[in-house]
Design a protein around this ligand. Sequence first.
Ligand code: ZN
Length: 115
Amino acid sequence: MTKFRQPVTQEQYERIKILIELNRTDAEIAVALNLSKSVIWRIRQGKWRPASQPVKKPEPEAEFASDQEDDEERSQAYKRCPGCGNKVLMPCVLCRVNAFKKRVKEAAERHGCPS
Ligand SMILES: [Zn+2]
């Protein structure tokens, strides 16, 4: 199991919350999103919030990529999902979660596990 810490993005946080609502276990979510179980646990307990954007070091090459452009790009990324009909960041997290659920269910059925 990987122990090293990595920042959890807002997107990952949303996915984790969805997976928690779908009654996935910490271990399942941790594996699905390649995060540590302690992070999932803290989010489940409501003891965790997504980290604010890391402070950017002033690098000459980064001057042209302003935050405003990033935000605009991000808002344009929200599209009506053909899979579930929700307005989401593509690829759709919900549909990915559903696909994940389906995989888990199919795997469980293959192994004769009731859950
Ligand atoms: Zn969708």
